[in-house]
Design a binder for this molecule. Structure first.
Ligand code: ZN
Ligand code: ZN
Length: 230
């Protein structure tokens, strides 16, 4: 099966490592498929404005530089490690209230999607680009990690039809509650620093190309979750 991690940050947002070093770390650890998913943060809230001030967000201005950097590195990773690298973003709607906040991975993204658009607009734009939509850390996280992002889970009846998969595990957290619904699931590291390599991961039984991987996650057959430990 393919060892995969679809949630990885670099210095393009709040990750601690440059993209090339990050990709080398995963390549050397034997991964088959990864997605680079730096934050695209909303600018319409106090928290969002802070993220922009500290340059913890990919903006429209640098988006195509970010994507072409991933594509260059993807070519290198394919020849050096036979690892597939997929361009993505993490749309981050940050508000003081956890009930209003949500993070969404858009995997195999091609064009910029501003995080201040409405949820419907974001989902429809991602669908138009044929990207994979993943609801990130959708329930309470361990206190030492990020703020909780509960909007999508609390509004699942309205939005689940747009969501291709839910993170049932993120880094060290497992979201037991969301397993009560029979949604498609994946598990990711939410990688920000080297020690996050050791965390929950996804195994996929499909061929190593973007179309097959998106299909496998959507159908959620031949999918296994594993804890990758040092
Ligand atoms: Zn997040
Ligand atoms: Zn993240």
């Amino acid at each position: 099966m393919l060892l995969c991690d679809f949630h990885i940050h670099t210095k393009y947002s709040d990750g601690s490592m440059e993209m090339r070093r990050t990709i080398d770390l995963f390549g050397q650890a034997g991964f088959d498929v990864i997605a680079i998913t730096d934050h695209v943060v909303n600018g319409d809230s106090t928290l969002g404005k802070l993220a922009h001030r500290f340059r913890y967000s990919v903006t429209g201005d640098i988006f195509y530089r970010y994507i072409s950097n991933i594509q260059e590195e993807a070519e290198r990773a394919r020849s050096k490690y036979d690892m597939l690298v997929i361009p993505g973003i993490e749309i981050s709607k940050n508000h003081l209230s956890a009930d209003k906040s949500a993070h969404i991975l858009v995997i195999d993204v091609h064009d910029f999607i501003p995080a201040c658009m409405s949820y419907e607009e974001i989902f429809l734009e991602a669908k138009k680009q044929k990207a994979l939509i993943v609801a990130c850390h959708p329930h309470h996280m361990s206190p030492k990690t990020d703020r909780d992002t509960l909007f999508l889970w609390n509004n699942r009846d309205k939005y689940s039809r747009y969501i291709d998969a839910w993170e049932i595990a993120n880094r060290d957290d497992v979201f037991n509650v969301i397993s009560l619904k029979k949604y498609p699931y994946i598990a990711n590291s939410d990688f920000h620093r080297p020690r996050h390599l050791y965390s929950w991961k996804t195994l996929l039984n499909c061929s190593k190309d973007v179309a097959s991987i998106k299909q496998c996650i959507k159908h959620n057959k031949g999918v296994a979750l594993t804890l990758f430990r040092n």
